[in-house]
Design a binder for this molecule. Structure first.
Ligand code: GDP
Length: 193
């Protein structure tokens, strides 16, 4: 069955978003790294499943070795199921994503989010970046333009509404994400004709 895969660092609001998308309740604020295995859920309005992949990156109480293992598992899952994945949703925290990316950019360091974005594209999986917690961001356009810049997308972000979807999952404001995902699904249906 066709699937939409959700990836993102821990604490970006992935569980909150899953709850909005599926109506199920998920462990939020629970023990970090609890989602170890990919979890599959039906996405009612459309005929596919949503796969929630484990959160990656820093988690208190989870050691470096285990963090690497989680990341390796995610990468293998995406490689193995690339054919099946219609769209990947990379969830980021709009409030902190630029700071985190900039802090981890260097001559021999690529930040997780940037790495994941390019990795998914290399696998030919269309990516939608769900920029969450926009309720905490004042200079929205500037923040989204900065994000485009870091991802190698030519600003302004408004040109990339199929790729950049500002949302506030906590308040159920996720229409830009639904819209972007729908666009990709329809594009692929057209390609299949
Ligand atoms: P996960 O680790 O990615 O699954 O993140 P959670 O869904 O557990 O959310 C982490 C924290 O971010 C929780 O305190 C949520 O209430 C909060 N959060 C999630 N979405 C939003 C949002 O849209 N706005 C704000 N301000 N907080 C959010």
């Amino acid at each position: 069955e066709a699937e939409v895969a959700l990836v993102g660092r821990s604490n970006v609001g992935k569980s909150t978003l899953m709850r909005e998308l599926t109506g199920h309740t998920f462990d939020t604020g629970g023990k970090p790294g609890v989602t170890r295995q990919p979890n599959h859920y039906d996405w009612a309005p459309e005929d596919f499943v949503i796969t929630d992949l484990p959160g990656f990156g820093f988690m208190s109480g989870v050691d470096e070795e285990h963090r690497e293992e989680i990341k390796t598992n995610i990468v293998h899952y995406l490689e193995d199921y690339a054919e099946n994945i219609l769209v990947a949703v990379l969830v980021v925290d709009g409030k902190s994503v630029i700071d985190i990316i900039d802090r981890h950019s260097g001559p021999d360091e690529v930040p997780y989010d940037v790495e994941m974005f390019h990795f998914l594209r290399d696998l030919d999986i269309p990516v939608v970046v769900a920029v969450n917690k926009m309720d905490k961001v004042d200079d929205k356009d500037e923040r989204l333009n900065d994000l485009c810049d870091r991802l190698g997308l030519y600003p302004p972000w408004k040109q990339w509404q199929e790729t950049i979807a500002p949302i506030t999952a906590k308040k159920g404001r996720i229409e830009p994400l639904n819209e972007a995902v729908r666009e990709h699904l329809h594009e692929q249906n057209r390609d299949d004709l």
